[in-house]
Design a protein around this ligand. Structure first.
Ligand SMILES: NC(=O)c1ccc[n+]([C@@H]2O[C@H](COP(=O)([O-])OP(=O)(O)OC[C@H]3O[C@@H](n4cnc5c(N)ncnc54)[C@H](OP(=O)(O)O)[C@@H]3O)[C@@H](O)[C@H]2O)c1
Length: 271
């Protein structure tokens, strides 16, 4: 898919991307596609060995296309600035951001410890928002840009098992709308993607969390999640990445300030 050059991203023929959570799962699936299309990417994740392996795979696809920054996204402004500055040093400019670092803790709204609420908010709410704020000047400098945030359907359908993610994703939906308003005049688009349950390392984690909460067998919970998939299978990270690539492309030039569900129709209520 052409990821360049009409409408709000006119002139952005060379894509330079920051991808948080880029070493595995949805972030890596997006990185692989971007690199195959000629983009250069900076991957950010905590574990240096996994990150190095991911960068190695991308540089085999296209030598010199990928770099890695081992770093914990922690919601601090200085961390976000360090990440964006690192990409600017590597690639000269930045016109794409994928916010995908994080997970979703399964917990009870009454019993989840405050430090879990805080740390999930740090990584995902403050983490995504700090990256969005840090990247906007670089987007402006580049003549425009696209940020895609991987949220989750719990932001629209608050979930008893995912109270923290429900709060984080709902808050991000609202603030990204405001950022999209602010960015429009500078050819900056901000779009959210809401996966339903997706086959990444996070899925068995969530099955284990649900099993703990309900006193059930994790293997059975995981099997049920798969068996209940409306299309007969859960999406892979690649299925979510296809939508992200579309949103980052010129085919989506007039899509901003909204959320796209990639959830097999699981979300109820208004889009
Ligand atoms: N999979 C699903 O079913 C699903 C559904 C809805 C929404 N989502 C959302 O989609 C996003 C991506 O999830 P995924 O399924 O791709 O998960 P994943 O396969 O577990 O990958 C998560 C990625 O984020 C990195 N990461 C995690 N915490 C980080 C931190 N604090 N700082 C920097 N990097 C960090 C991980 O690397 P390190 O561990 O090395 O840091 C890894 O690269 C998350 O926001 C998740 O909530 C996923």
């Amino acid at each position: 898919m052409d990821i360049a050059s009409e409408g709000p991203n006119a002139g952005a023929t060379e894509q330079r991307a920051v991808i948080t959570g880029g070493s595995r799962g949805i972030g890596f699936a997006v990185a692989r596609r971007l690199v195959a299309n000629g983009a250069k990417v900076l991957l950010v994740a905590r574990d240096p060995a996994t990150l190095e392996a991911a960068v190695g795979i991308l540089n085999q696809i296209r030598p010199g296309s990928a770099a890695g920054l081992p770093c914990r996204v922690d919601g601090q402004e200085r961390t976000a600035r360090l990440i964006v500055d690192n990409a600017l040093r590597q690639w000269g400019r930045v016109n794409l951001l994928l916010n995908a670092a994080g997970g979703a803790t399964v917990a009870s709204v009454l019993d989840a410890p405050w430090d879990v609420w805080r740390s999930d908010f740090e990584v995902k709410f403050w983490g995504y928002l700090s990256l969005l704020r840090a990247v906007m000047p670089a987007f402006r400098e580049a003549g425009g840009g696209v940020a895609v945030n991987i949220l989750g359907v719990a932001g629209k359908d608050p979930s008893v098992r995912l109270p923290i993610a429900s709060a984080i994703n709902g808050a991000l939906r609202n603030v990204t709308k405001v950022l999209a308003d602010v960015g429009a005049a500078d050819a900056i688009r901000i779009v959210n993607v809401n996966p339903g349950a997706t086959e990444t390392d996070l899925l068995p984690d969530m099955a284990r969390g649900t099993a703990r909460l309900l006193g059930r067998d994790p293997a059975v919970v995981l099997a049920e999640m798969r068996a209940n998939a409306p299309f007969g299978r859960l999406p892979a990270a690649d299925d979510i990445a296809e939508c992200v690539l579309f949103l980052m492309s010129s085919h989506a030039s007039f899509i901003t300030g909204t959320s796209i569900d990639v959830d097999e129709g699981v979300h109820r209520g208004p889009a």
